[in-house]
Design a binder for this molecule. Structure first.
Ligand SMILES: Nc1ncnc2c1ncn2[C@@H]1O[C@H](COP(=O)(O)OP(=O)(O)O)[C@@H](O)[C@H]1O
Ligand SMILES: [Mg+2]
Length: 367
């Protein structure tokens, strides 16, 4: 029996990743997946395996950061009886268990130098010796590695071997953080509300526009994992009805997304001489805020006369009104007396969500 793992996403950047996965899945080439924690690196690795000719063999995942270096060597490569105290019998390592299938080396940036050498040899020759052993073991394994660290930086600092980096980086897949693909947020919310309703036997119908706009503005440092956990929490706590802004835990109620709190002063830093920060910017959100700033300037100048403001901005009145509605911008005083109409998230979603469904074999081993 196979299960489906849906990977959700309509943004150009994640669609590119989906296309890449489909293109390279069956190639046997080594893959290096980079991206922040919770962006879907492991899901991508499983997808690649499940779309490859190895799909009926094992997928073995191992987190290189979670196991101390001395234990990790024996976990990866196995050991022979008597190799160290407690090694009472031969034990196969993860590479041997993955023979014929795929090994997923998570957090590869944390691999100790000695193990980097050993891994390099596996990648070059597909063979290794177990700890304490002298006989080489040959394996046919597809290697997929992942890291949330900047490996080229680690190479520069001599913390990661350059030759190993090039051996791993045959097919690089960069997974963008969720805040750089905000258009996927409504799709993911919808997906997780539906699946968690079923799993937890609840009846959440969606989220209000105001809650949605707060969630779209939120930076999601924990990416999709954080979104999934938040939805689970809200589905359980609320149980039924529509999730509103007031239902969101505090960190998700960003001031910029709350109409009552959108202020001129907040946007001031973006004009007139924007200084590009060293750390870079979130392009869409800066442009969005700059647009808000211009709209608010025109509206304040005209005491919120939309006709005159539209003229000042050189846009149609209907365009202005649509923008204000979409952004939830209102004169500060009218917000309290005019509650926003509630729209369910499902009503704002396209009928068809773009996703790839990957058949998943049952035989997945993981430590
Ligand atoms: N595109 C996606 N669509 C739906 N769920 C996703 C997607 N990407 C990741 N997830 C889910 O988010 C969570 C974190 O993904 P994971 O692959 O463990 O991230 P990482 O390995 O980068 O930390 C998992 O529950 C995973 O199923
Ligand atoms: Mg992970």
């Amino acid at each position: 029996m196979s299960r489906l793992i849906p990977m959700i996403g309509n943004s150009a950047s994640i669609q590119n990743v989906f296309q890449l996965i489909e293109k390279i899945a069956d190639s046997d080439s080594t893959v290096l997946i980079t991206g922040e924690s919770g962006t879907g690196k492991e899901l991508i690795a499983r997808s690649i395996h499940s779309l490859s000719h190895r799909k009926h063999e094992s997928f073995i995942a191992i987190n290189c950061a979670a196991i101390p270096a001395d234990l990790l060597e024996s976990e990866l490569f196995g050991h022979v009886r008597g190799a160290f105290t407690g090694a009472i019998q031969n034990k196969a390592g993860r590479f041997e268990l993955a023979d014929g299938g795929t090994i997923f080396l998570d957090e590869i940036g944390d691999l100790a130098p000695l193990l980097q050498v050993k891994l390099l040899r596996v990648l070059q020759e597909r063979s290794f010796e177990p700890v304490g052993g002298t006989k080489s073991i040959h394996v046919d394994v597809r290697v997929i590695a992942a890291t949330n660290k900047n490996l080229t930086e680690l190479v520069k600092k001599n913390l990661f071997r350059e030759d190993l980096y090039y051996r791993l980086n045959v097919i690089p897949i960069e997974v963008p953080p969720l805040r750089e693909r905000k258009e996927d947020i409504p799709l993911l919310l919808d997906h997780y509300i539906k699946t968690l309703n079923i799993r937890k036997n609840k009846k959440i119908q969606g989220v209000t526009d105001q809650a949605l706009s707060a969630l779209i503005n939120y930076p999601w440092p924990g990416n999709i994992r954080e979104l999934e956990n938040l939805v689970e929490r809200m589905v359980i706590l609320k149980g039924e009805g529509v999730i509103d802004y007031a239902d969101l835990p505090q960190p998700y109620r960003s001031s910029s997304s709350h109409p009552a709190e959108v202020s001129h002063a907040m946007l001031e830093p973006f004009v007139p001489h924007f200084q590009f920060p060293e750390s870079g910017i979130d392009f869409n959100s800066v442009v969005d805020q700059f647009e808000n700033h211009l709209l608010l300037m025109a509206l304040e100048k005209t005491k919120w006369n939309r006709n005159q403001a539209a003229q000042l901005l050189g846009i149609n009145r209907t365009t202005l009104v649509e923008k204000l509605k979409k952004k939830g911008l209102k004169p500060a005083t009218s917000v309290v007396s005019q509650p926003k109409p509630q729209h369910h998230i499902s009503s704002v979603l396209p009928d068809r969500t773009h996703q790839i469904n990957i058949p998943q074999p049952d035989q997945n081993l993981e430590i």
